[in-house]
Design a protein around this ligand. Structure first.
Ligand SMILES: [Fe+2]
Length: 280
C-alpha cells in the first residue's frame, strides 16, 4: 500500500498558537490550509509558514471556480502556486463546482450541471490549472449540493468517473458529502463508494452534519455519525490508506475535542487496514 500523509486537521485561528507546538497535537500528521486565508502577505501567510514548519500542509480552496464560465483568474492561480511553493504543500485542492459569476464571488459552492458540455469545459480548465501548478498534485472535491438541474444526462458517480477518466484529476473524496447527497437526493451511498475510481482518491474529508428531518445540511459543526464512519471504512477497503482530514468549521470546539475526532478517524481506519497510514 502507498504511504499517505496520515490524519490531519484544518488550521484554524482559534487553535493557534497551540497547534504550532508539536507536543500539543498528538496524532495530527498534517494541516489543511484554507487557501484563500493565506494568500496575502500578513498574519495569514505567516501562520501558513509556521504550520508548514511543524507538519506537512495541503491547500484547500473555494475560489478557483473551476466550473464557472468566467475565465480562470491567472493572478489567483499564480498566488496559489506561490503559496504552495512557499509552504511545500503536498497538493492543492478545490471543489467541483462554480463559485463565481460575472466577476463576483457567490460565496456558495454551486454544483456543475452533469452534461457532456460541462465535461468539455472542466477538462479544458483542469488542463489550464495544471499548467500553473506543475507537478504538484491537483484534486477536486465532491461538494454537497441542494439543487438538481432539470437536464443532467449523468448521475454524480458517472460524471465523476468520466471526469477522472478523461482528465486524470485526483479526487478529494468527502465521505460525509456522499452520505448527505445520497440522503437528500435519494442515492445509494454504498454503491457510490463502491463505484468510485479508487485509484484517483488523493485525500478524504470526514465531517459531521445536521439532520433537519426533511433535509440534511452539511454543517461541519458536529462529530461524524457512525454511518459515515462505516462508509469511510468501506472506501478504505478499496483504496488502502488515504490522507484523511476531519472538518469542523462551525461551532468550532476546543482543540482536544477536535483531536478526539481525528483519533476516531484513525481508529476507524486501523480497524480495516492492515498497514497503518504513515507519513512519507
Ligand atoms: Fe469537505
Amino acid at each position: 500500500m502507498s504511504a499517505t500523509l496520515g490524519f490531519g486537521v484544518g488550521l484554524r485561528r482559534a487553535h493557534q498558537p497551540a497547534v504550532f507546538d508539536p507536543t500539543r497535537i498528538p496524532g495530527v500528521d498534517f494541516f489543511e490550509l484554507l487557501t484563500e486565508n493565506h494568500l496575502a502577505p500578513g498574519p495569514g501567510r505567516l501562520a501558513a509558514e509556521r504550520a508548514a514548519a511543524v507538519r506537512p500542509v495541503v491547500l484547500h480552496g473555494t475560489a478557483l471556480n473551476i466550473g464557472g464560465l468566467d475565465p480562470l483568474d491567472p493572478d489567483y492561480l499564480d498566488e496559489v502556486a506561490e503559496l504552495a511553493e512557499r509552504t511545500d504543500a503536498r497538493w492543492i485542492s478545490d471543489h467541483l463546482c462554480f463559485s463565481g459569476a460575472h466577476g463576483e464571488a457567490l460565496h456558495e459552492l454551486i454544483p456543475v450541471p452533469r452534461t457532456d458540455e460541462a465535461l468539455d469545459h472542466l477538462s479544458r480548465r483542469i488542463d489550464a490549472v495544471r499548467k500553473v501548478f506543475g507537478d504538484r498534485p491537483f484534486a477536486l472535491e465532491n461538494p454537497s449540493y441542494y439543487i438538481q438541474y432539470a437536464h443532467q444526462p449523468y448521475d454524480e458517480l458517472a460524471f465523476l468517473c468520466r471526469l477522472v477518466d478523461r482528465t486524470g484529476v485526483r479526487l478529494l473524496l468527502d465521505v460525509n458529502n456522499v452520505f448527505v447527497n445520497c440522503a437528500n437526493h435519494g442515492g445509494d451511498a454504498q454503491a457510490f463508494i463502491d463505484g468510485l475510481p479508487a485509484h484517483a482518491v488523493l485525500q478524504v474529508h470526514l465531517a459531521g452534519h445536521t439532520d433537519l428531518g426533511h433535509v440534511i445540511i452539511d454543517t461541519h459543526g458536529a462529530p461524524m455519525i457512525d454511518p459515515v464512519v462505516a462508509l469511510y471504512q468501506r472506501l478504505l477497503a478499496r483504496t488502502g490508506p488515504v490522507a484523511t482530514l476531519f472538518e469542523w468549521d462551525n461551532a468550532l470546539p476546543d482543540l482536544p475535542t477536535l483531536l478526539a475526532e481525528n483519533d476516531r478517524a484513525r481508529a476507524a481506519a486501523a480497524a480495516v487496514l492492515t498497514e497503518a497510514p504513515a507519513c512519507p
